[in-house]
Ligand binder design. Structure first.
Ligand SMILES: Cc1ncc(COP(=O)(O)O)c(C=O)c1O
Length: 388
């Protein structure tokens, strides 16, 4: 007896992250660098004051109510699209609300790919891409984010539809970001292809990047007709609002009529899966973007400063003691280089035995600087080097 669908993916689903997170929480001596959430210097999850002051004004009736449609509340959709796009995109676009960035990625995959189709994402990347691909029996190709030629070679391996995931800036787990000149080369490559291209930009952490991280959005004004750009945005990260499950999918294309058709498809898929979204969260984020933007921007700057201080300290101390890291620009994480995954497993175990909790990634150990206060972080690189 099987009960389940014929095309079930029978590979065992194991969540490596949550088991280490649980172990870290149970250890009073833990240095907990497992989290994918921002923590404050007080060791507690970082929250935006403006987010929760505004949330407190939402009434029970508003909380209890369904949202206006499976695609979300229009005011939230308009405001989040403006917030994400930052006036960079003059091309046609259409947006919808989703349950987190994950919901946006799932929508993109569900609406664009059939079983057996290929998805391309980085070799060292967020583990959930693999889960999403496995769940839908997709063929996976990987590329090295540090080598554009490798990316282009991988793209050329796909015969029909190219579905490419780029998680830049603040790549999870590497902290990698493509500079603008590399983005130009990537877009030139995609625009030159004689096949359908879906570029899914996972911009979950973009608000924590320094410099001008949205400059590359302007390249989406000059895409060829066979390119569809999809942006997956996350309120979990942008507003430290992880549990409220809110995000957005923004589709950009030269053909406005196609975008209408595409959003209709996304709405139907949404209705058939999660059906409706968190009404209170949408009302709240809309209120912040409309009425409390300055407060939010100030708090975000402070959060970025806190993260940057941690990143600079850890990278400097790692350099001083010779702990080898993948090159990183910004973000919640840095990753130690590991030659092979067996060595990585043994090292990860040694770290656990010494109360240092990190996350295993392909050929690496992810250190969540986002969750470790500066004082605890000071000296951590040396401790990790000693156990190497
Ligand atoms: C790379 C990346 N993309 C997307 C997400 C989506 O997060 P959420 O669904 O909570 O918005 C995460 C969360 O950890 C992530 O690390």
């Amino acid at each position: 007896m099987r009960f389940v669908r014929k095309n079930e993916n029978t590979k065992r689903y194991v969540d490596n992250i949550f088991s280490v997170v649980r172990a870290a929480k149970a250890d009073p001596e833990a240095i907990n660098a497992t989290a994918g959430c921002l923590y404050g210097e007080d060791g507690k999850m970082f929250t935006y004051r403006c987010v929760f002051e505004s949330e407190a004004k939402i009434t029970p009736v508003q909380r209890a109510a369904y949202a206006a449609s499976p695609a979300g509340n229009q005011e939230y959709i308009d405001l989040i699209a403006d917030f994400v796009l930052d006036k960079r995109v003059k091309n046609h676009f259409k947006a919808m609300a989703t349950p987190g960035g994950t919901g946006a990625i799932a929508s993109a995959v569900n609406t664009c790919l059939d079983e057996g189709d290929t998805i391309i994402y980085p070799q060292i990347s967020w583990g959930n891409y693999r889960v999403i691909a496995d769940e839908r029996n997709l063929n996976v190709l990987n590329y090295d984010v540090y080598d554009l030629n490798d990316l282009f070679k991988t793209i050329d391996e796909v015969d029909e539809k190219v579905f490419l995931v780029i998680n830049s800036p603040c790549e999870n787990p590497l902290g990698h970001a493509y500079p603008l000149d590399e983005w130009k080369q990537i877009m030139d490559k995609l625009n030159s292809l004689d096949k359908e291209v879906i570029l899914l930009c996972d911009i979950a952490y973009i608000d924590y990047a320094t410099g001008d991280p949205k400059a590359y959005f302007e390249l989406f004004n000059e895409i060829s007709d066979n390119v569809l750009v999809l942006l997956a945005a996350s309120c979990s990260k942008a507003f430290s609002y992880y549990g409220q499950r809110l995000g957005a999918l923004i589709a950009i294309n030269n053909d406005e009529e196609f975008l209408d058709h595409y959003m209709n498809l996304c709405s139907r898929t949404a209705r058939a899966t999660w059906s409706n979204l968190n009404n209170a969260a949408m009302l709240n984020i809309a209120d912040i973007l409309k009425n409390h933007r300055e407060e939010y921007d100030e708090e975000l700057e402070a959060a970025k400063g806190m993260l940057k201080e941690r990143t600079e300290l850890f990278i400097r101390q790692a350099g001083d003691c010779g702990l080898e890291l993948y090159q990183s620009a910004d973000g919640f994480f840095v990753t130690l280089k590991m030659k092979d995954n067996d060595e990585r497993d043994a090292y990860h175990k040694r770290l656990l035995d010494h109360h240092i909790y990190t996350i295993k990634v392909n050929h690496g150990i992810r250190v969540g600087l986002c969750s470790v206060p500066l004082e605890t972080l000071d000296g951590l690189a040396e401790k990790m080097k000693e156990l190497y």
